[in-house]
Design a protein around this ligand. Structure first.
Ligand code: MTE
Length: 314
Protein backbone atom coordinates (compact mmCIF):
# COMPACT_ATOMS: atom_id res chain seq x y z
CA UNK A 1 0.00 0.00 0.00
CA UNK A 2 1.36 3.37 -0.92
CA UNK A 3 0.78 6.32 1.34
CA UNK A 4 -1.14 8.65 -0.93
CA UNK A 5 0.30 12.04 -1.78
CA UNK A 6 -1.79 14.63 -0.05
CA UNK A 7 -2.72 17.60 -2.25
CA UNK A 8 -1.34 20.77 -0.72
CA UNK A 9 -4.87 22.09 -0.33
CA UNK A 10 -5.49 19.28 2.14
CA UNK A 11 -2.37 19.62 4.21
CA UNK A 12 -3.35 20.64 7.68
CA UNK A 13 -1.76 23.86 8.88
CA UNK A 14 1.40 23.13 10.81
CA UNK A 15 0.05 24.71 13.97
CA UNK A 16 -2.38 21.92 14.62
CA UNK A 17 0.39 19.34 14.78
CA UNK A 18 2.06 18.69 18.06
CA UNK A 19 5.14 20.55 19.02
CA UNK A 20 7.94 18.61 17.49
CA UNK A 21 10.33 17.48 20.15
CA UNK A 22 11.52 14.02 21.16
CA UNK A 23 8.35 12.13 20.36
CA UNK A 24 8.14 13.48 16.86
CA UNK A 25 11.82 12.77 16.30
CA UNK A 26 11.17 9.07 16.59
CA UNK A 27 8.00 9.03 14.59
CA UNK A 28 9.58 11.46 12.12
CA UNK A 29 12.42 9.03 11.49
CA UNK A 30 9.91 6.46 10.45
CA UNK A 31 7.43 8.71 8.72
CA UNK A 32 9.82 11.37 7.43
CA UNK A 33 10.04 11.90 3.70
CA UNK A 34 13.12 9.76 3.04
CA UNK A 35 11.94 6.89 5.18
CA UNK A 36 8.38 7.13 3.96
CA UNK A 37 8.61 4.62 1.14
CA UNK A 38 10.37 2.05 3.31
CA UNK A 39 7.71 2.49 5.94
CA UNK A 40 4.94 2.15 3.37
CA UNK A 41 6.44 -1.10 2.09
CA UNK A 42 6.76 -2.41 5.60
CA UNK A 43 3.14 -1.69 6.34
CA UNK A 44 2.11 -3.22 3.04
CA UNK A 45 3.76 -6.50 4.02
CA UNK A 46 2.24 -6.36 7.47
CA UNK A 47 -1.23 -5.83 6.09
CA UNK A 48 -0.87 -8.95 3.97
CA UNK A 49 -0.71 -11.00 7.12
CA UNK A 50 -4.21 -9.93 8.17
CA UNK A 51 -6.83 -12.66 7.77
CA UNK A 52 -8.72 -11.08 4.90
CA UNK A 53 -6.48 -8.75 3.05
CA UNK A 54 -8.70 -9.01 -0.03
CA UNK A 55 -11.43 -7.24 1.89
CA UNK A 56 -9.02 -4.71 3.23
CA UNK A 57 -7.97 -3.90 -0.33
CA UNK A 58 -11.58 -3.54 -1.31
CA UNK A 59 -12.00 -1.04 1.47
CA UNK A 60 -9.01 0.94 0.35
CA UNK A 61 -10.94 1.79 -2.79
CA UNK A 62 -13.16 3.93 -0.63
CA UNK A 63 -12.31 7.57 -0.84
CA UNK A 64 -10.29 8.67 2.15
CA UNK A 65 -11.81 11.45 4.21
CA UNK A 66 -9.85 14.67 3.77
CA UNK A 67 -7.28 15.63 6.36
CA UNK A 68 -9.29 18.78 6.88
CA UNK A 69 -12.48 16.87 7.76
CA UNK A 70 -10.61 14.38 9.95
CA UNK A 71 -9.02 17.19 11.94
CA UNK A 72 -11.82 19.73 12.16
CA UNK A 73 -14.94 17.61 12.82
CA UNK A 74 -14.24 15.77 16.06
CA UNK A 75 -15.75 14.36 19.21
CA UNK A 76 -13.51 15.07 22.19
CA UNK A 77 -15.57 16.16 25.15
CA UNK A 78 -12.53 17.15 27.20
CA UNK A 79 -12.43 20.18 24.91
CA UNK A 80 -16.15 20.87 24.58
CA UNK A 81 -19.24 19.36 23.03
CA UNK A 82 -19.28 20.98 19.60
CA UNK A 83 -17.53 19.30 16.67
CA UNK A 84 -15.23 22.29 16.15
CA UNK A 85 -14.21 22.68 19.82
CA UNK A 86 -11.34 20.14 19.68
CA UNK A 87 -9.79 21.98 16.70
CA UNK A 88 -10.14 25.27 18.57
CA UNK A 89 -9.01 24.18 22.04
CA UNK A 90 -6.87 21.01 21.91
CA UNK A 91 -3.80 22.96 20.82
CA UNK A 92 -3.27 24.04 24.42
CA UNK A 93 -2.72 20.49 25.64
CA UNK A 94 0.88 19.73 26.53
CA UNK A 95 1.73 16.20 25.39
CA UNK A 96 5.47 16.24 25.94
CA UNK A 97 6.55 14.44 28.05
CA UNK A 98 3.99 11.63 27.95
CA UNK A 99 4.22 8.27 29.57
CA UNK A 100 1.89 5.34 29.46
CA UNK A 101 1.64 2.60 32.06
CA UNK A 102 0.41 -0.92 31.51
CA UNK A 103 -0.48 -2.58 34.77
CA UNK A 104 -2.93 -4.80 36.65
CA UNK A 105 -3.12 -8.55 36.03
CA UNK A 106 0.21 -8.80 34.23
CA UNK A 107 3.52 -10.44 35.11
CA UNK A 108 5.67 -7.64 33.68
CA UNK A 109 4.06 -4.23 34.33
CA UNK A 110 5.52 -1.40 32.29
CA UNK A 111 5.71 2.35 32.46
CA UNK A 112 7.10 3.72 29.24
CA UNK A 113 7.86 7.10 27.86
CA UNK A 114 6.05 7.39 24.55
CA UNK A 115 9.35 7.84 22.72
CA UNK A 116 10.59 4.50 23.98
CA UNK A 117 7.32 2.84 23.12
CA UNK A 118 7.39 4.06 19.53
CA UNK A 119 11.02 3.03 19.15
CA UNK A 120 10.32 -0.48 20.36
CA UNK A 121 7.02 -1.26 18.71
CA UNK A 122 6.06 -2.07 15.11
CA UNK A 123 4.23 0.73 13.31
CA UNK A 124 1.72 0.00 10.56
CA UNK A 125 -0.60 2.00 8.37
CA UNK A 126 -4.24 0.92 8.57
CA UNK A 127 -7.06 2.45 6.58
CA UNK A 128 -10.18 2.08 8.69
CA UNK A 129 -13.71 3.38 8.66
CA UNK A 130 -14.66 5.19 11.83
CA UNK A 131 -18.43 5.01 12.39
CA UNK A 132 -19.69 7.29 15.10
CA UNK A 133 -22.73 6.26 17.15
CA UNK A 134 -24.33 9.56 16.10
CA UNK A 135 -24.59 8.38 12.49
CA UNK A 136 -21.60 9.89 10.68
CA UNK A 137 -18.49 8.16 9.42
CA UNK A 138 -15.06 8.83 7.94
CA UNK A 139 -12.33 6.76 6.29
CA UNK A 140 -9.02 7.41 8.03
CA UNK A 141 -5.47 6.29 7.20
CA UNK A 142 -4.11 5.67 10.69
CA UNK A 143 -0.56 4.87 11.70
CA UNK A 144 -0.53 2.66 14.74
CA UNK A 145 0.89 -0.06 16.92
CA UNK A 146 -1.05 -3.33 16.98
CA UNK A 147 -2.30 -3.48 20.57
CA UNK A 148 -1.57 -7.21 20.86
CA UNK A 149 2.15 -6.51 20.37
CA UNK A 150 2.15 -4.25 23.42
CA UNK A 151 -0.02 -6.54 25.54
CA UNK A 152 2.23 -9.51 24.83
CA UNK A 153 5.15 -7.53 26.24
CA UNK A 154 3.52 -7.31 29.68
CA UNK A 155 2.37 -10.98 29.77
CA UNK A 156 -1.25 -10.85 30.96
CA UNK A 157 -1.84 -13.46 33.69
CA UNK A 158 -4.81 -15.79 34.16
CA UNK A 159 -6.90 -13.11 35.88
CA UNK A 160 -6.75 -10.77 32.90
CA UNK A 161 -10.16 -10.97 31.23
CA UNK A 162 -10.67 -7.35 30.20
CA UNK A 163 -8.56 -4.31 29.35
CA UNK A 164 -9.40 -0.92 30.76
CA UNK A 165 -8.09 2.28 29.16
CA UNK A 166 -7.79 5.58 31.02
CA UNK A 167 -7.46 8.96 29.39
CA UNK A 168 -5.74 12.07 30.70
CA UNK A 169 -7.38 14.23 33.36
CA UNK A 170 -5.95 17.73 33.31
CA UNK A 171 -8.67 20.37 33.63
CA UNK A 172 -6.12 23.20 33.48
CA UNK A 173 -5.52 22.33 29.82
CA UNK A 174 -8.72 20.49 28.93
CA UNK A 175 -11.41 23.11 29.22
CA UNK A 176 -14.28 20.66 28.83
CA UNK A 177 -13.23 18.96 32.07
CA UNK A 178 -14.27 22.07 33.98
CA UNK A 179 -17.77 20.86 33.22
CA UNK A 180 -18.88 17.62 34.88
CA UNK A 181 -21.05 16.41 31.99
CA UNK A 182 -18.95 13.21 32.03
CA UNK A 183 -17.12 11.51 34.88
CA UNK A 184 -13.48 12.39 34.12
CA UNK A 185 -11.10 10.92 33.20
CA UNK A 186 -12.72 9.32 30.13
CA UNK A 187 -12.34 5.55 30.39
CA UNK A 188 -13.08 2.67 28.05
CA UNK A 189 -12.76 -1.08 28.00
CA UNK A 190 -12.46 -4.14 25.79
CA UNK A 191 -12.66 -7.84 26.39
CA UNK A 192 -9.14 -9.32 26.27
CA UNK A 193 -9.82 -11.15 22.99
CA UNK A 194 -11.08 -7.92 21.39
CA UNK A 195 -7.97 -6.12 22.60
CA UNK A 196 -5.75 -8.89 21.18
CA UNK A 197 -7.51 -8.90 17.80
CA UNK A 198 -5.14 -7.95 14.95
CA UNK A 199 -7.42 -5.10 13.80
CA UNK A 200 -7.16 -3.29 17.15
CA UNK A 201 -4.46 -0.61 17.18
CA UNK A 202 -3.07 2.19 19.26
CA UNK A 203 -2.83 5.05 16.78
CA UNK A 204 0.05 7.51 16.98
CA UNK A 205 -0.37 9.09 13.56
CA UNK A 206 -2.65 9.64 10.60
CA UNK A 207 -2.08 10.53 6.95
CA UNK A 208 1.55 9.54 7.52
CA UNK A 209 2.06 12.26 10.13
CA UNK A 210 2.03 12.53 13.88
CA UNK A 211 -1.46 12.40 15.36
CA UNK A 212 -3.07 15.85 15.67
CA UNK A 213 -4.10 16.77 19.20
CA UNK A 214 -7.79 16.93 18.35
CA UNK A 215 -7.60 13.29 17.19
CA UNK A 216 -6.19 12.09 20.49
CA UNK A 217 -2.44 12.74 20.45
CA UNK A 218 -0.13 11.39 21.39
CA UNK A 219 -1.78 7.96 21.50
CA UNK A 220 -5.37 6.73 21.11
CA UNK A 221 -7.19 3.48 20.62
CA UNK A 222 -8.83 2.51 17.30
CA UNK A 223 -11.24 -0.44 17.25
CA UNK A 224 -12.74 -0.22 13.76
CA UNK A 225 -15.73 -2.55 14.19
CA UNK A 226 -17.09 -0.61 17.18
CA UNK A 227 -18.77 2.77 17.46
CA UNK A 228 -16.27 5.59 17.65
CA UNK A 229 -16.74 6.31 21.36
CA UNK A 230 -14.83 3.10 22.18
CA UNK A 231 -11.74 4.55 20.49
CA UNK A 232 -10.48 6.48 23.51
CA UNK A 233 -8.04 9.36 23.01
CA UNK A 234 -5.00 10.58 24.97
CA UNK A 235 -4.37 7.31 26.81
CA UNK A 236 -2.22 7.40 29.95
CA UNK A 237 -2.99 4.02 31.47
CA UNK A 238 -3.90 0.53 30.30
CA UNK A 239 -5.03 -1.83 33.01
CA UNK A 240 -5.61 -5.58 32.66
CA UNK A 241 -8.51 -6.51 34.91
CA UNK A 242 -10.71 -9.44 35.84
CA UNK A 243 -14.11 -7.71 35.83
CA UNK A 244 -15.77 -5.88 32.98
CA UNK A 245 -14.86 -2.20 33.32
CA UNK A 246 -17.68 0.35 33.40
CA UNK A 247 -16.82 2.89 30.73
CA UNK A 248 -17.57 6.60 30.90
CA UNK A 249 -20.54 6.39 28.53
CA UNK A 250 -22.01 3.35 30.28
CA UNK A 251 -21.86 5.29 33.52
CA UNK A 252 -23.41 8.38 31.93
CA UNK A 253 -26.26 6.56 30.23
CA UNK A 254 -26.37 2.76 30.55
CA UNK A 255 -29.61 2.44 28.56
CA UNK A 256 -28.04 4.08 25.52
CA UNK A 257 -24.40 3.00 25.63
CA UNK A 258 -23.38 -0.58 26.29
CA UNK A 259 -20.00 -2.18 26.85
CA UNK A 260 -19.78 -3.84 23.45
CA UNK A 261 -20.90 -1.00 21.15
CA UNK A 262 -20.37 -3.11 18.04
CA UNK A 263 -21.55 -1.31 14.91
CA UNK A 264 -24.84 -3.03 14.14
CA UNK A 265 -27.48 -1.71 11.71
CA UNK A 266 -30.02 -4.11 13.23
CA UNK A 267 -29.81 -2.72 16.74
CA UNK A 268 -31.12 0.82 16.97
CA UNK A 269 -29.93 3.39 19.44
CA UNK A 270 -32.92 4.08 21.74
CA UNK A 271 -33.32 7.52 20.15
CA UNK A 272 -32.42 6.87 16.50
CA UNK A 273 -31.91 4.20 13.85
CA UNK A 274 -28.43 2.88 13.07
CA UNK A 275 -29.24 1.57 9.57
CA UNK A 276 -27.53 4.34 7.62
CA UNK A 277 -24.69 6.80 7.98
CA UNK A 278 -23.51 10.07 6.49
CA UNK A 279 -19.92 10.24 5.29
CA UNK A 280 -18.45 13.48 6.64
CA UNK A 281 -17.41 15.74 3.76
CA UNK A 282 -20.10 14.54 1.34
CA UNK A 283 -22.80 16.97 0.32
CA UNK A 284 -26.00 16.72 2.30
CA UNK A 285 -27.71 15.78 -0.99
CA UNK A 286 -25.60 12.62 -1.30
CA UNK A 287 -27.69 9.61 -0.26
CA UNK A 288 -26.74 8.16 3.12
CA UNK A 289 -24.69 4.95 3.05
CA UNK A 290 -25.98 1.67 4.41
CA UNK A 291 -24.24 0.87 7.68
CA UNK A 292 -22.58 -2.54 7.55
CA UNK A 293 -22.58 -5.17 10.27
CA UNK A 294 -19.48 -4.72 12.42
CA UNK A 295 -18.75 -1.66 10.26
CA UNK A 296 -17.76 -3.97 7.38
CA UNK A 297 -15.32 -6.08 9.41
CA UNK A 298 -17.73 -8.98 9.89
CA UNK A 299 -15.46 -11.60 8.36
CA UNK A 300 -12.66 -10.73 10.74
CA UNK A 301 -14.59 -10.28 13.98
CA UNK A 302 -18.00 -12.03 13.92
CA UNK A 303 -16.49 -15.15 15.56
CA UNK A 304 -15.78 -13.12 18.71
CA UNK A 305 -19.52 -12.82 19.34
CA UNK A 306 -20.71 -16.27 18.29
CA UNK A 307 -23.83 -17.28 20.21
CA UNK A 308 -24.23 -13.88 21.89
CA UNK A 309 -27.53 -12.02 21.79
CA UNK A 310 -26.36 -8.76 20.23
CA UNK A 311 -29.60 -7.00 21.17
CA UNK A 312 -28.86 -7.65 24.79
CA UNK A 313 -25.11 -7.10 24.63
CA UNK A 314 -25.23 -3.83 22.69
N1 MTE B 1 -11.75 9.94 23.76
C1 MTE B 1 -11.78 10.83 24.76
N2 MTE B 1 -10.78 10.83 25.66
N3 MTE B 1 -12.77 11.76 24.87
C2 MTE B 1 -13.83 11.78 23.99
O1 MTE B 1 -14.74 12.62 24.15
N4 MTE B 1 -14.85 10.78 22.00
C3 MTE B 1 -15.06 9.49 21.31
C4 MTE B 1 -13.74 8.91 20.81
N5 MTE B 1 -12.69 9.02 21.80
C5 MTE B 1 -13.84 10.84 22.93
C6 MTE B 1 -12.74 9.93 22.83
C7 MTE B 1 -16.02 9.60 20.23
S1 MTE B 1 -17.64 9.81 20.69
C8 MTE B 1 -15.66 9.44 18.93
S2 MTE B 1 -16.83 9.34 17.70
C9 MTE B 1 -14.25 9.40 18.50
O2 MTE B 1 -13.36 9.58 19.61
C10 MTE B 1 -13.99 10.48 17.49
O3 MTE B 1 -12.68 10.42 17.00
P1 MTE B 1 -12.19 11.54 15.99
O4 MTE B 1 -12.51 12.88 16.57
O5 MTE B 1 -10.71 11.31 15.82
O6 MTE B 1 -12.94 11.31 14.69
Amino acid sequence: MKIKKIPSSEITPEHIYIDRRHFIKNLGLILGSTALSAFANKSFAALHTLPSFAQAKEREKEKLSSLKDITSYNNYYEFGTSKSDPYDYAEKLNIDPWSISIEGSVTKPLKLDLDELIKEMPLEERIYRLRCVEGWSMVIPWVGIPLHALLKKVSPNGNAKYVEFVSLKRPSEMIGQKDDMLDWPYTEGLRLDEAMHPLTILAVGLYGKVLPKQNGAPIRLVVPWKYGFKSIKAITKIRLVEKMPISTWMKANPKEYGFYANVNPKVDHPRWSQTTERRVGESLLTPRLKTQMFNGYQEEVAHLYQGMDLNRYF
